[in-house]
Design a protein around this ligand. Sequence first.
Ligand SMILES: Nc1ncnc2c1ncn2[C@@H]1O[C@H](COP(=O)(O)OP(=O)(O)OP(=O)(O)O)[C@@H](O)[C@H]1O
Ligand SMILES: [Mg+2]
Length: 317
Amino acid sequence: MAEREVDPLPEVEPLPDEDREGDEPVLGRHERYRGEFPIEVKGLKNSFGEQIIHGGLDLAVRRGEILGVVGGSGTGKSVLMRSIIGLQLPDEGQIDVFGRSITTGDPDDVVGVRNRWGVLFQGGALFSTLTVGENVEVPLKKFYPELSDELTHEIARYKIKLSGLPEEAVSKYPSELSGGMRKRAGLARALALDPELLFLDEPTAGLDPIGAAAFDVLTRELKQTLGLTVFLITHDLDTLHEICDRVAVLADRKVIAVDTVPNLMKIDHPWIQEYFNGPRGRAALTAQALDELRKHMDMPIAANAVKALDKSSGKKA
Ligand SMILES: Nc1ncnc2c1ncn2[C@@H]1O[C@H](COP(=O)(O)OP(=O)(O)OP(=O)(O)O)[C@@H](O)[C@H]1O
Ligand SMILES: [Mg+2]
């Protein structure tokens, strides 16, 4: 069996269709998923009592993409994520992750499926009585109890650095960290098992714009260097424009569209129009255009455009 290595996933050919039909064999610990859609949701229905959250929801996430998930507050983004990772049993529907059913799957598949994803929950969900290092060690100890303590500490330290935290953060408690650092600590824990799939629920909520932009850059770099597929719930328009390959829009209890941001902006749906073409949507678009122009400052036309835009928004180039 090949050792897991940094593998430029998009270059890998998906398995032929006949090999993907029905239940796929459980992946070995060191094998990567090679199918086209690591997440497939069909006909999902979720409700709490009388309140129907999702009905007939379909979604397929492509391997190697950052899929943004947007929708008004309470439309069921977090519930959708919880359903995909098996924390919320749906009323109806089929959810396959890495080709295995999450709703009817064999609990023994745990090492074939659940060790292949990492989750950053909305709000962080770190254990407050454990240090950052110990938090990152929790999933390592659960799935790889055979590792020595020394190696477990070493892996945890590496993941904490990979998430952009300073070395000292290892021995700090979550209460001793800033909001942005807590998000990074949550990310380090989500990366503990070298996941192929990363779930991020509002990772930049509550961060200042510079902190949020830095987190976006980190997410994109991790996707590129580790070949991750990312399911990213966000309200942050800058994040959607900057790093998402496609965006799924939740409204009317379903995913009403999945497309690139420019294509979504053309869709005539009241929520989509208000969100992407409203004042905040336009500001995010201008900010992205400015970033693009800044890359070409050696061209006078770009330099002049940046100066003019900066002047109008009261910023310095
Ligand atoms: N465990 C639960 N029991 C009852 N109702 C719930 C539960 N979890 C979520 N809900 C309800 O389901 C709906 C969707 O919640 P969810 O947390 O998925 O929204 P969201 O789209 O993530 O919103 P936000 O953008 O504010 O995070 C809400 O009306 C919420 O009150
Ligand atoms: Mg939520």
